[in-house]
Design a protein around this ligand. Structure first.
Ligand code: SF4
Length: 104
């Protein structure tokens, strides 16, 4: 199941992390929500494949440790989402379709 492209109308921002919003529900360590605004990563789908980190030409993502999460113990966090040039490479390569880009 890919990230819900309509999540912004269905979820609420419940916090802030590394300069981006976190969309709930959140119940750590097992439920982590969606991180980001322009570059949204569903942490509950991310399996830490790393393809997005390799694909991104501008270094938007950094690993963040998430011990105890059932899908993976680290996530690709969109810490530099303001640098995004909307190439959509990350969306395309993610094997579990955990990323949704909101083109400005
Ligand atoms: S759309 Fe392109 S520039 Fe933006 S985060 Fe994804 S890979 Fe990086």
């Amino acid at each position: 199941m890919p990230i819900d492209p309509e999540f912004k109308s269905k979820r609420q921002v419940v916090g802030e992390h590394n300069g981006h919003p976190v969309w709930g529900p959140v119940d750590p360590p097992k439920v982590l929500g969606i991180h980001g605004d322009k570059v949204a990563v569903d942490f509950d789908l991310c399996i830490a494949d790393g393809a997005c980190i390799d694909a991104c030409p501008v270094g938007v993502f950094e690993w963040v440790d998430t011990p105890g999460h059932p899908a993976s113990d680290k996530k690709a966090d969109p810490v530099n989402e303001d640098q995004c040039i909307f190439c959509l490479a990350c969306e395309t390569v993610c094997p579990v379709e955990a990323i949704k880009i909101f083109v400005e």
